[in-house]
Write a protein that binds this ligand. Sequence first.
Ligand code: NAP
Length: 457
Amino acid sequence: MSELGTESRPLRVAIIGSGPSGFYAADALIRAEQAVTVDMFERLPNPYGLVRAGVAPDHAKIKNVIKIYERIAEKPGFTYYGNVEFGKDLGIDDLKKHYDATIFANGASSDRSLNIPGEDLEGSLPATEFVGWYNGHPDYRDLQFDFSHETAVVIGQGNVAIDVCRILCKTVEELRVTDIAQHALDQLANSKIRTVYMVGRRGPVQAKFTQIEIKEMGRLQDCDAHVEPGVFNLDPSSQAELDDPENKSAPKIVPILKDIANTNPNGKSKTLNIEFCKSPVEIKGTDRVESIVLEENELTGEPYKMKARGNGKMMEIPCGLVLRSVGYRGNPLPGVPFDDDNGVFPNENGSILGGPEAAGLYVVGWIKRGPSGVIGTNKPDSQLTVAQLLEDMPSLTPCEIPDSDSLIEGIRANGTRIVSYEDWKKIDQQEVAHGEASGKPREKLTRVSEMLDLLDS
Ligand code: NAP
């Protein structure tokens, strides 16, 4: 009989990724009745995934959730290994040798494409890169965005599109007091952008952004938001969605959009045009983006299944920057089954599907269910995966080497500077201290080398 989960042989679980879904999985494991040890591996020196590199800098309250993750990280049985990359420093065979189970919590870091001509022109970029850049993610730190043109167009109407528009529309004074990366603040300070379009392919009833986020857009210090009143002449299916008492979204956001439509512009220096029922069909330019062509859409289909179909009426907007914000997408990892159509690891209740080779492999978060939901959505999602793992425990094959020492020694011997949680706290303190000096909650270190140098100086 398996002894896994006993004091003499705790269940050994590796977690790959340190965002919210990884921490909620660690928490559920540590709280389990069985004895469990958790080793969390993170590619970057710093933990917290999209809470640090995705949540907008001006949404500081959302980041308070980090306090919960700090408490989890300090619990007995939990160890953090930062600056360790799956696929480079360790692979699936290492994990199987040293752990009874592995939970992948590596998120969805790529973007989805529009598949239209001109998408690859200079000045046309995924919002994922812009978000990583202003949030100081080391992978995007050296990107350059050209803000020398007057108009920017953001495609998509989810909360990421809203974040991106808000960063483009806020004043430097509004951004200066946030934890926005200094390189981004410096470049945005010289921005010539005066008009931003946020373009949705369907109508106001189908918009994906949420109530608080759209309300904020009507209250920006130096930006007038604008919605054409005609967009509220709804087709019967959209009207049925809006009238549905079970609908938790549209009845909240449509009145806010109507308020925006009914508010006269205040002569502010920037304008945000929220456009509905339009799809991009081409991005034009010789060497770089010069304009975008949008086609007007009609909506067809039953309530909640409405599709946008072009009606042939085109409009062309001269612009210098196009950011597509049409959803994130997961990437494959070596040795882990991947569902390419959906950009996720195929799974049933979080247990990765793929025959005997996938036994003991689990998944949580966006790489499990796709890029949906807010931070809190990950807690029950991770708990379900952990419940499945614990249910499977009697049938798991105990690992060959039930400790981490030789694995960690091997990674170090290959020249990798592993960052412990105590190391991270030093980086954290330095960032906060550095930020205080300029009135920011923190000044992020945005290069891996800067973080490692700080630890070893
Ligand atoms: P999202 O909510 O799924 O929105 C994607 C948007 O892209 C939708 O408007 C969608 O329109 C549009 N789209 C997709 N394909 C398109 C195409 N080919 N052409 C034109 N438009 C297209 O995704 P997201 O904004 O990336 O956000 C991901 C998740 O993170 C969401 O759950 C979001 O709520 C969450 N998040 C939350 C916050 C917050 O709480 N403040 C902040 C950021 C992100 P259709 O509806 O027509 O498909």
